[in-house]
Design a protein around this ligand. Structure first.
Ligand code: NAD
Ligand code: LMR
Length: 331
């Protein structure tokens, strides 16, 4: 993969490119804040056919932005064309949850989308493409994508839980009235859903543990955990639309950490390899260490207490059920 130290053009594909997350994300990608200020990029933007007129407006705005690092913009409704030579693919486009839809209905709409995109990525993307799935249900969409893109190593596919991670950092900082950058040791386990486990058992500020200052486990269970689990729904209720600015910022953070490396432990939903007793194959959010150039490792050796284990098992069960539902839709 091209890295920020090698200034050949990096091909970045974004799906759902005329949607609200992409509207906040594309300028961040174009201005060098993700892949580095010396890294030129070529954007390949995918949309469904009815959204192509809106996409052409987004493309005009990107051109009018006069971004020095932005070498080209391609707009298309054809996944094969969109993913051609992609070094990085950010899969934001998905069928949205509509009123009265159950999880199974949402999966039924999204499984074929991610299956089709998997075939195209498998065939046309760079062999070392890094794929970030954002469209919900993100973890299970990533599983489907990985299943139908056998040429792409499962470790090159991830789903976004960095937004939940950032939410957890911000809530700790707010509750303790400390700067965000002083907070460490927070992570998200499991599904990007209301069963996720935002873990502050090892949270620290300037290296000092803060669980007691957060009120201890009982208070964390009553207040902190549900706040993070329900934050997405709270934003939808307030805005009438799901989070977009903070989601775009989290995508940028995720990609920067993954591609360029990060000193801090972050949260990413990655292919489970059996770590912490999670069944292999589901995309499970873990604390990870990003080593640079797209390599990461799941943080090992955390001694999980009973409190954490209960939450982790519950979110794992939800992911197994989603996996089974998604796979049953393929038959
Ligand atoms: P949006 O509806 O504004 O935009 C989605 C875009 O995707 C639309 O323009 C739509 O035309 C397009 N699209 C739909 N199907 C497509 C397909 N098959 N190929 C290409 N494009 C397609 O939605 P948004 O607010 O940008 O959110 C996008 C997704 O991200 C949603 O599924 C949302 O739930 C999810 N999301 C995830 C996180 C996370 O942390 N993982 C956070 C926020 C939102
Ligand atoms: C979020 O966490 O803000 C979104 O995933 C919510 C949603 O359902 O789109």
């Amino acid at each position: 993969m091209t890295s920020p130290t090698h200034p050949s053009v990096l091909t970045v594909c974004v799906t759902g490119a005329a949607g609200q997350i992409s509207y906040s994300l594309l300028p961040i990608l174009a201005n060098g804040h993700v892949f580095g200020i010396n890294q030129p990029i070529a954007l390949r933007l995918l949309e469904i056919t009815p959204a192509l007129p809106a996409l052409s407006g987004v493309s005009m705005e990107l051109i009018d932005g006069s971004y020095p690092l932005l070498r080209s913009v391609v707009e298309t409704d054809d996944p094969a064309h969109a993913f051609k030579g992609a070094d990085v693919a950010v899969l934001v486009g998905a069928f949205p949850r509509k009123h009265g839809m159950e999880r199974k209905d949402l999966l039924a709409k999204n499984v074929p989308i991610f299956q089709k995109q998997a075939y195209a990525l498998n065939q046309f993307a760079s062999p070392d493409v890094k794929v970030l799935v954002v469209g919900n249900p993100a973890n299970t969409n990533a599983l489907i994508l990985s299943k139908f893109a056998p040429n792409i190593p499962p470790t090159n596919v991830s789903a976004l839980t960095r937004l939940d991670h950032n939410r957890a950092l911000a809530q700790v900082a707010t509750r303790l009235d400390v700067p965000i950058h002083s907070v460490d040791g927070v992570c998200i386990w499991g599904n990007h859903s209301s069963t996720q486990y935002p873990d502050v058992v090892r949270a620290s500020v300037h290296g000092h543990p803060v669980l007691d200052k957060l009120g201890g486990l009982e208070r964390v269970a009553e207040d902190f955990i549900p706040t993070i689990q329900k934050r997405g729904a709270a934003i939808i209720k307030a805005r009438g639309l799901s989070s977009a600015m903070s989601a775009a910022n989290a995508i940028a953070d995720h990609l920067r950490s993954w591609i360029c490396g990060d000193d801090r432990i972050v949260s990413m939903a990655v292919h489970a390899d059996g770590s912490y007793g999670i069944k292999e194959g589901v995309f499970f959010s873990y604390p990870v260490r990003c080593l640079g150039d797209g390599d990461y490792e799941i943080v090992r050796g955390i001694d999980l207490d009973h409190f954490s284990r209960k939450y982790i098992d519950a979110t794992a069960e939800e992911l197994y059920a989603e996996r089974d539902e998604a796979l049953s839709l393929l038959i």
